[in-house]
Design a protein around this ligand. Structure first.
Ligand code: HMG
Length: 288
């Protein structure tokens, strides 16, 4: 029997880099449309410094206004320090805390003002907070496919960090292509080797892409055994801490059509997906 495909929709990643503040009610209305679709998880907001990411400063207010009574989706919030982990853990509606851990020193500094060595200590503390508060942690291996800063990167480095994270008790590891630099060969190599070597870790693909490379990236990750995929409708967004130019997210509509063609179950309801897609056009159309 084939394993179900988990699609993680990331409105947080789609919105966080938009400079104009999106009114809370518009965020609520958009996320509400996503909650009807059947996504495994919605990465809906973040509890980070409002100076670092002003767009996400109303995450608690957004959460308070969501109607979660009908949804099957779980909620994920990004956190970047223990303060964020404590705040997010106060909310019983949030199942997952997502921590961006980068194997690029430059990106980790840009993103969280901490070195890799300091961040690994933060991650350990976050894992302990999550354990006490009954939350699961998703660790992102940011710049997992290389980086634009000239920091050392190769597949052995990814392997060594995966070993360390596994020993620390990381259970979900999302290999993140923060600036869209991955190639199908590297995707295939990393997923097929790491999935075989660490059967207790659930590996995810958080891929960024240009419109011409989405297919080869998803196809490589899927055929290498990955079943957990992040995306954002119409590919909106990207990480504003990475480079001056955002590289869009993996477009969810492309993934849905890909997995439908592969006869894989994603639990996506087509009509609700279409409504959410239209909501995305209205919401993001105003800012692009
Ligand atoms: C980590 C820090 C806070 C360090 O930032 P800092 O300036 O070094 O930290 P600080 O402790 O000095 O705090 C600065 C101010 O922020 C406040 N603060 C501090 N923490 C919080 C918090 N949790 N919630 C609310 N407020 C907070 C804190 O209280 C203080 O306020 P002030 O005293 O100046 O008024 C900052 O750099 C930060 O927030 N970074 C987050 C960056 C971020 O959200 N990046 C995008 C998400 S990650 C991503 O997109 C990648 C991903 C996941 O998609 C995967 C991939 O593609 O790679």
């Amino acid at each position: 029997m084939s394993k179900e495909i988990k699609i993680i929709e990331c409105p947080r990643d789609a919105m966080q880099g938009i400079k104009t503040f999106i009114p809370t009610k518009n965020k609520v209305s958009y996320i509400q449309s996503l909650l009807r679709v059947g996504f495994d998880t919605i990465d809906f907001g973040s509890f980070v410094s409002p100076k670092a990411i002003p767009q996400m400063q109303d995450t608690a207010a957004v959460l308070a206004q969501l109607d979660l009574s009908q949804t099957t989706s779980k909620l994920l919030a990004i956190i970047a320090n223990t303060q964020g982990a404590e705040i997010a853990s106060e909310h019983k509606e949030i199942q997952y805390l997502g921590f961006p851990f980068s194997i690029s020193e430059n990106f980790q500094m840009r993103n969280t003002h901490k070195t890799i060595a300091e961040s690994i200590i933060t991650l350990q503390e976050i894992l302990e907070i999550a354990d006490k508060r009954n939350k699961e942690v998703i660790t992102y291996l940011s710049m997992g496919f290389g980086n634009p800063y000239g920091d050392p990167w190769n597949v052995e480095i990814v392997g060594e960090w995966t070993e360390k994270l596994s020993k620390m008790g990381v259970k979900i590891l999302s290999l993140s292509d923060t600036v869209g630099s991955s190639t199908p060969d590297i995707i295939t190599y990393l997923f097929s080797n790491l999935i075989a070597q660490y059967p207790k870790i659930e590996f995810g693909a958080h891929l960024h892409t240009t419109p011409s490379t989405w297919f080869e990236k998803i196809d490589a990750a899927f055929h290498a055994g990955c079943h957990r995929f992040d995306g954002a409708i119409q590919g909106f967004g990207g990480c504003p801490m990475a480079t001056d130019k955002l590289t869009g997210n993996m477009p969810t509509e492309k993934m849905v059509s890909y997995f439908t063609a592969q006869k894989q179950n994603t639990n996506i309801r087509a009509m609700s997906f279409e409504s959410a897609y239209n909501e995305a056009s209205k919401l993001f159309g105003a800012y692009h």
